[in-house]
Design a protein around this ligand. Structure first.
Ligand code: NAD
Length: 301
């Protein structure tokens, strides 16, 4: 059976497929019209986020049984078209949870110790010890909205560092660390708030002006989930007014982000959607997707 891999995945994943006797062809960056032409030859396609597995691709895939996505989001795959043809769509939702949790934690440290500002200041040859005095995370209260895979990893790490962890997640009944609170209870108490919910109708713009207004003055707000969850205009206003002390942002409603007013503000720090971008996370995703696609093709489950 033949598999086409159209975005770069970890070598270890490719090796797993080949070792199972599956034929693998790597064609990163293949143009969409060419993919439609050659897809009839393949039993499976493996992608990351760049390749769009569209209706025409799926329609032309006469032998296609499996679509593998190394990573979490499935927005580059036409799920309805796949379902209509009975094609399995497999992803690796847990592969990068630790990577994202560590970025959220990194943001919290960076905000507390002004690491980005201090670096910029050093580059200008300055030595601003007084201006850059920071705070400890120890003893502070962290509100985590969404206790799924990533929220759980963050909660464990924050608890180990001596933070008081408040969890907001209406779909869970208990948590191993921290205490469960409602959103209304958590907002005025937290020194740090980090959001880790999926983007959907219920969560679109769930962090908006009214929610920012209920937060503590000077709160440190972290978003490494999805852009649409936070109303960016309201975020800008809350940062500008000083309601938010520091906003640390990895994800944006429109990506790649261009000319955003957010980055004109001194109290916004951020990254270009780097949450899952670690060596370890990508290896885990590559291995995970290869094992799942192999098992599905060889009908191990
Ligand atoms: P998950 O599905 O494991 O957990 C999500 C949690 O949110 C669940 O426990 C759910 O009960 C909870 N939830 C749903 N609606 C809620 C609401 N209204 N209020 C509070 N809690 C709510 O998801 P995950 O794997 O932990 O991912 C979390 C987010 O991180 C997702 O948006 C995902 O797309 C994003 N993500 C970002 C990156 C990145 O590169 N920055 C990488 C991977 C995932």
């Amino acid at each position: 059976m033949k598999i086409i891999v159209t975005d770069p995945i970890a070598r270890q994943g490719i090796e797993i497929l080949k070792a199972s006797g599956l034929e693998v062809e790597e064609k990163p960056g293949i143009p969409p019209d060419e993919l439609v032409k050659i897809i009839p030859d393949y039993d499976a396609i493996i992608v990351r986020s760049a390749t769009k597995v569209t209706k025409p691709v799926i329609g032309a895939g006469n032998k296609l049984k499996v679509i593998g996505r190394a990573g979490v989001g499935l927005d580059n795959i036409d799920l309805k078209a796949a379902k209509d043809k009975g094609i399995k769509v497999l992803n690796t939702p847990a592969a990068t949870s630790i990577s994202v949790a560590e970025l959220a934690l990194g943001f919290m440290f960076a905000a507390a110790r002004h690491i980005a500002d201090a670096t910029a200041s050093m580059r200008q040859g300055k030595w601003e010890k007084k201006k850059l005095k920071g705070t400890e995370l120890f003893g502070k209260t962290l509100g985590i909205i969404g206790l799924g895979r990533i929220g759980t990893e963050l909660a464990k790490r924050a608890d180990a560092m001596g933070m008081n962890v408040l969890i907001v997640d209406p779909y869970i009944k208990k948590c191993a660390v921290g205490e469960i609170r409602t959103l209304e209870q958590m907002l005025p108490k937290a020194d740090y708030i980090s959001i880790h919910v999926p983007l959907g109708d219920e969560t679109y713009h769930m962090v908006n002006k009214a929610i920012f207004n209920k937060m503590k003055d000077g709160v440190i707000f972290v978003n490494a989930s999805r852009g649409g969850i936070v109303d960016e205009d309201a975020l800008y206003e809350a940062c500008k007014s000083g309601k938010i002390g520091v906003a640390a942002i990895d994800v944006y409603e429109k990506e790649p982000l261009k000319d955003s007013p957010l980055y004109t503000l001194p109290n916004v720090i951020g990254t270009p959607h780097l949450g899952a971008q670690t060596k370890e996370g990508q290896i885990r995703a590559g291995i995970g997707v290869a094992e799942k696609v192999r098992d599905a093709l060889l009908e191990k489950n």
